[in-house]
Design a protein around this ligand. Structure first.
Ligand code: 3PG
Length: 306
């Protein structure tokens, strides 16, 4: 089969080699499209592809229409909001993700961003410590749980909200369960967001929730920019000069935020939560193995458009 590895943000070399080795050993042909500049480059590259491995690359209806032989798309990572699932399903294309494979990298970055803000972005100004502070985790899945557990080891108190878990499961994962998003924000000196971008979550975090946070609180977003109502967040940051926002997903209005809020906001220039050699290898090789297995046995375990 023809497999295209299409990554605007390329994987580490070790991951690319591992992916290629796995696919070629199973008799597949591998083509690569890395660091491409335009979406039209992706559209032009998929004509012969029977399988795609992607990261946050956008697999739209237009991409699928240009790929008549495409049978499977594997998003090497967790979130699959970059793939048009309805269009894939309509065309009989299987879409999978590789859940859990890059979670540790994202969790470590969430901790890194908290410390970075607590220590005034590594300037000499007096900072604060995480010890004894309350961390709220919004969604206690693969990443959220790791953030909670690592933060606990730093002496933070952890509370978590997750509508898909029982109280017992949250407690077993090391956190105190809370039962509403309002309660979670009101309790959190640090609030780490780990919800996916869905119609029900898009723009769900704004003025009302952010202004419930305690004095001096920091909102940490290593999830998706779409879940933030940026207008509401900016209004909250304007009124509450004690609050901070740190994110790994570039806000649409970052220039305006920086101008208004200075050191109280920080965004990484490019989403880097999953950008470790380890996460690239874990997610990339899992994607390659899932494709091999899919063509060899029909295994659809990680299919997300069922
Ligand atoms: C994910 O959903 O797995 C993360 O957001 C990582 O995305 P990336 O592979 O584009 O860095």
């Amino acid at each position: 089969m023809n497999i295209l590895l299409a990554t605007q943000k390329p994987f580490a070399a070790a991951a690319v080699k591992g992916i290629t080795d796995i696919l070629e050993a199973a008799g597949h042909k591998v083509a690569k499209l890395e660091k491409y500049a335009e979406q039209s480059d992706l559209v032009a590259a998929v004509a012969d592809a029977e399988a795609l491995i992607i990261r946050s690359d956008k697999v739209t209806e237009e991409v699928m229409a240009a790929a008549p032989k495409l049978k499977i798309v594997v998003r090497a990572g967790a979130g699959f909001d970059n793939v048009d699932l309805a269009a894939a399903t309509a065309r009989g294309i299987v879409v999978m993700n590789t859940p859990g494979q890059n979670s540790n990298a994202v969790a470590e970055l969430a901790l890194c961003l908290m410390i970075f803000m607590a220590r005034t972005q590594l300037t000499p100004a007096t900072g604060s410590e995480l010890l004894g502070k309350r961390l709220g985790v919004q969604a206690y899945g693969n990443v959220g749980r790791l953030v909670g557990q690592k933060a606990k080891a730093l002496g933070m108190e952890i509370c978590a909200l997750d509508p898909f878990l029982t109280d017992e499961q949250i407690i077993a994962g090391g956190a105190q369960p809370v039962h509403s998003v309002e309660e979670l924000y009101a309790a959190s000196d640090y609030l780490s967001i780990h919800i996916p971008a869905l119609p029900s979550t898009i723009k769900s975090i704004g003025y009302d929730l952010v202004t419930r946070m305690p004095k001096g609180a920091t909102l940490v977003n290593t999830a998706r920019k779409e879940v933030i109502d940026e207008e509401g967040l900016m209004k909250a940051l304007e009124e509450r000069t004690d609050l901070k926002y740190v994110t790994d997903v570039m806000p649409d209005n970052y220039a305006a935020m920086q101008e208004k809020f200075g050191m109280r906001v920080f965004a990484t220039p490019k989403k880097m939560g999953a950008q470790t050699a380890e996460a690239n290898v874990n997610a990339g090789l899992a994607a390659a193995r899932q494709i091999v297995d899919f063509f060899a046995t029909g295994n659809r375990k990680f299919q997300v458009n069922k």
